[in-house]
Write a protein that binds this ligand. Structure first.
Ligand code: ZN
Length: 139
């Protein structure tokens, strides 16, 4: 995956921030998930008055794609910041989202955290979730 592909995915993640439902934190996160077929699924974070029922942008994107029958993914871009403002920092996926990525991500899967299309970092999932628990562990 080249830099140009990252730019498109990051722009989709930034745009997905607008779909976030965040009446409590006012912190909007957008995620854009690239499938092996080249399609992009976007997700925003969805908060709940019962905080534990909230869902992160990354999992929204993954669950939309998986419930659409998709199983193979190349990368996910994530961008977050206070509502109505540009991201002030990189928004790293939480532990639960890293675990969901582990379920579906192959070894080539990339996690991109971005402040803008020109300011981003790229990681392999293994760097963010070393020694992860996956399906291989229970076969
Ligand atoms: Zn998360």
């Amino acid at each position: 995956m080249g830099d140009l592909a990252y730019v498109g995915l990051i722009e989709a993640a930034l745009s997905a921030r607008k779909t976030a439902y965040v009446p409590y934190s006012h912190y909007t996160v957008g995620a854009a998930l690239l499938t092996a077929e080249g399609d992009i699924y976007q997700g925003g974070n969805i908060e709940n008055a019962s905080y534990g029922a909230s869902n992160c942008a990354e999992r929204t994107a993954f669950f939309k794609a998986v419930s659409d029958g998709r199983r193979n993914f190349r990368a996910i871009a994530v961008a977050g910041g206070m509502e109505g403002r540009e991201p002030a920092d990189y928004a790293y996926p939480c532990g639960i989202c890293r675990q969901v990525m582990q379920e579906f991500a192959g070894s080539e899967f990339k996690v991109i955290v971005a402040k803008s299309p020109v300011d981003y970092k790229v990681y392999r999932l293994e760097e963010l979730l070393p020694h992860g628990f996956g399906g291989e562990s229970i076969r």
